[in-house]
Design a protein around this ligand. Sequence first.
Ligand SMILES: CC(=O)N[C@H]1[C@@H](OP(=O)(O)OP(=O)(O)OC[C@H]2O[C@@H](n3ccc(=O)[nH]c3=O)[C@H](O)[C@@H]2O)O[C@H](CO)[C@@H](O)[C@@H]1O[C@H](C)C(=O)N[C@@H](C)C(=O)N[C@H](CCC(=O)O)C(=O)O
Ligand SMILES: Nc1ncnc2c1ncn2[C@@H]1O[C@H](COP(=O)(O)OP(=O)(O)OP(=O)(O)O)[C@@H](O)[C@H]1O
Ligand SMILES: N[C@H](CCC[C@H](N)C(=O)O)C(=O)O
Length: 491
Amino acid sequence: MQLAELLKDWPCTVKGGSIRIDVHGIEDYAQEVKEGDLFIVRKGTKDDGLKYVDIAIENGAVGIVIEDEKMLDKLSLTVPIIWVPNCLKFMSYSAAKINRFPAEAMKVIAITGTNGKTTVSHFIGQLLNKLHKKVMVIGTNGVYINGEEVQLSFERLTTLQPKHLHKVFQHGVQQGVQYAVLEASSMGLVKHRLDDCSINIGVFLNIAEDHIEDHGSYEKYKASKQLLATLSDRLVLNGDDSFCRTVGLQSKKPKIYFGLGNRVDYQLQVLAEGISSSTCCLQSKKGQKVFTLPFIGDHHLQNSIAAITTVCELGLDIDEVCAAAETLTLPTGRFQSIKNDLDLSIYIDYAHTEAALRAVLQTLKKTTKRDLIVVFSCGGDRDKHKRIKMGAVASKYADMIYLTTDNPRSEDPEVINSQIAAGFLSTQRYEMILNRGSAIEKAILSAKKGDTILIAGKGHESTQTIGNTQIHFSDIECVHSVLSSISCNKE
Ligand SMILES: CC(=O)N[C@H]1[C@@H](OP(=O)(O)OP(=O)(O)OC[C@H]2O[C@@H](n3ccc(=O)[nH]c3=O)[C@H](O)[C@@H]2O)O[C@H](CO)[C@@H](O)[C@@H]1O[C@H](C)C(=O)N[C@@H](C)C(=O)N[C@H](CCC(=O)O)C(=O)O
Ligand SMILES: Nc1ncnc2c1ncn2[C@@H]1O[C@H](COP(=O)(O)OP(=O)(O)OP(=O)(O)O)[C@@H](O)[C@H]1O
Ligand SMILES: N[C@H](CCC[C@H](N)C(=O)O)C(=O)O
C-alpha cells in the first residue's frame, strides 16, 4: 500500500521524502523492522524508540512515525518523517488498514473481566464450532481455529499487539473464519490494541483487584476495562457483578444481562448438583431450557452462561446452544483434574488473583473428602497488593499450604512468600519449598487418601521465569512425572 493511501484519512504531518512509496508493514521494535516497514517511535516504560531509529533505517524502514511534534524539526533523516498525534492509535489503525481491515469480514466478540476471559472465549469457540461455524479464538492460551492451535512466530500476549493481531485476523479470513473471539486485557485496551477490530459484541464478566500497579489505581484499572464498551456495537454483561451493571448503565449501546441471580435476561439456575456436573434451567425470553453442564462451582456456571448468552445473541438457536453446552470442556490448565491411583484429587488451575483462588477453593471445599492442600505463590514484578489477600483466602480454606515460586522474575521469592504468609491465620500449617517441582512432589508424597491438592497459578504455562532466565517448567508435566515415579517405585 502506498504511504499516501495509508495516511489519507489520518491526521498527520509529513516531512521529507516521497509519499508515493510502498509500505509493507508497521513495526515498533527496531530490530524486527523489515524492508518496506514504517518504524513507529514510542517512548515506553523502559526505553525510547527514538534511540533505535538508525537501526530501523538500516533494516529497511521506509518511514519513521513520531508523536513528539518537536522532533519534526530536530530529526534529519533519509526517509520521510511522519508526525501523528498518538502513535499507539496509529499503530492499530495502520495495522488494520495495511491488512485491509480483516475484522470487518468476520463477527468479532471481545471478552473482558479480571477472571474467566480465556475460559469464556474457549467456551464461545466450542459452542460456535458445535453449531458448524468456523471460529478463531485468540488469547492467553494462543490462537486456535476450530480448536486447532495455530503456530505463532511472535510473542504470545493475552491481547495481541495490532501489528500481529490484524495479520492473524487476515489469516483467519483466508481460512474462511466467520467468528473471531478474543480476550481484551486491561493493558490491551489502554494501549489501543483493539481500536480497529470492529467489535460486534463486548462481553463483561467481572471485576476484582488485579494489575493495580500497572494502571496506578483500582479506579484506573476499572476505567481501562470500561473502554471495551466504547469499542463494541453491543454489550453482554454479567448482571450479578456491580461493576458490569455500572458499565451497562453508563453505556447507551444495546445490552443484555446474564447471571445466576435475578433481574437478568438470561438466568441460569442450578436444579441439582452432582460430583462433577450441574443440571440447570436457563430462563430467557425464549422460554425455559433444562440441560446438564459438565461442571460444578459458581464461577464455571457464570462462565457457561456468559458464553451461552453471547452465542444466543449472535442469533444461534437456543436449543442447539444448550445441547452443545452439555459438551463444554475447560481450556488447558483451568481446573484440570489429573487422574491417579492414589485416591487423591489433584487439580491444576490458573488462579492467580484473590477472586480466582477463592472461587476455585470454594468449589473444591465442597467436594474434598479429607484435607485440602494448596501449592502456590505469586508472580514477581506484578501486583504486590494481591499477595496478602491471596494468602488470607488460601488460609481460609486450606488445611496445608506449600509456598513455592510462580515466575518470581526480578524479585526474591522468599520475600514474595513472606508477603503471602502475612495473610495466613496464625494456626495455618505451611511449608516453603522454593523449587516448584519439589513442592509439588512433597505435596503429593505427603498427601493421604481422600485429600485434594490444588496446584494454582501457572495453569497451562510451560516456563518458569527466575531473574532474566526462563526455564522449561510445566505443572501438568511435573505432576505426571511424580505420579509415574511413584508407580515405578511400587513395581
Ligand atoms: C505494558 C506494555 O504494554 N508493554 C509493552 C510495551 O513496552 P513498553 O511500552 O514499555 O516499551 P519499552 O520496552 O519501554 O520500549 C519503548 C520502545 O522502544 C522500542 N525498542 C526497545 C528496545 C529495543 O532494543 N528496540 C526497540 O525498538 C520498543 O519496541 C518500544 O516501541 O511495548 C513492548 C514492545 O511492543 C511490548 O513488548 C510490551 O509488552 C510486554 C510484552 C508485556 O509484558 N506486556 C504485558 C504487561 C501485557 O500487555 N499483558 C497483558 C495482560 C495483562 C492484563 O491483563 O492487562 C496482555 O494483554 O498480555
Ligand atoms: N468467572 C470467574 N470468576 C472467578 N474466578 C474465575 C472465573 N473464571 C475463572 N476463574 C479463575 O481464574 C483462573 C483463570 O481463568 P481464565 O484463564 O479463564 O481467566 P483470564 O481472565 O483469561 O485470566 P488471564 O487474563 O490472567 O489469563 C481460573 O483458573 C479460575 O481459577
Ligand atoms: N495475565 C497475568 C498472568 C499471571 C500468571 C502468573 N503465573 C504470573 O506469572 O504472575 C499477568 O501477566 O500478570
